[in-house]
Write a protein that binds this ligand. Sequence first.
Ligand code: ADP
Length: 260
Amino acid sequence: MVYTDVTEMKQREAELAQNTKLLEIALEKEVELSSMKSNFVATASHEFRTPLTTIFSAADLLHHYSDHMDDGRKRIYLEEIKQEVSAMTRLLDDILLVRKLEAGMFSFNPEKADLESLLRNLVRAAQNIAGNNHAIRLKITCDSPSILIDHSLMRHIVNNLLSNAMKYSADGKPIDVTFARRDGELILDVADHGIGIPEYEINRILDTFFRAENSSAIGGTALGLSVVKTAIELHGRKISVDSTVDKRTIFTVSIPDIPA
Ligand code: ADP
């Protein structure tokens, strides 16, 4: 009679099956990422073309017909141009930041900052962009210590969260920005009453190039949040999101309380 030790063979088979499964998952991810990247090229071109068309026609109307327009109408066209230029600038900033991230050239330059006045300025600028479409309400419930933050990254984080809150909620819905101290940490909440994020997609919302299913009718490149996430991680902190579809979305950022 011949006895064969099957235990080792079985172990090898199990290892092989596991490695094959891991390889399959890695390949699936690679294919998904590559299709997300090509979608990105298409959406980014669209995202640039749409504002350019608006800017061109507003400028063209002002150029040819301004003699027949009253001041109110002229202001509307100039306002349109301003809004579209800032949307394009934000998009370009995102693309450049992603490039820097991929090239490992993303630097973190902490400086002494008065976060409260920085927030007030950013909310004021966002309110200018939102006009009468959204009321952006800022509530500060803690003292504003002078802390160490990277100014340009912090500006990027807040602007991105605010512009998403405006984009993904209907006109007339308010946006609440709260700055508070909770459990010894400085916490920034940006809350809207918009379309929300489906529960089954919420875990992927911070991934580069990922867009939730319910946002397909709204323009976007899916770069903003992944840059926000990296910026927050560079600050040594985390971002979390809580959302209910068609009700509300809250992004919560914890900010290191490092006295300058
Ligand atoms: P973009 O808005 O350009 O698509 P982001 O990276 O800023 O890219 O956001 C990624 C995705 O997260 C969006 O496509 C959208 O599905 C979802 N999202 C982000 N912010 C909100 C929000 N405030 N409400 C609902 N969905 C949001």
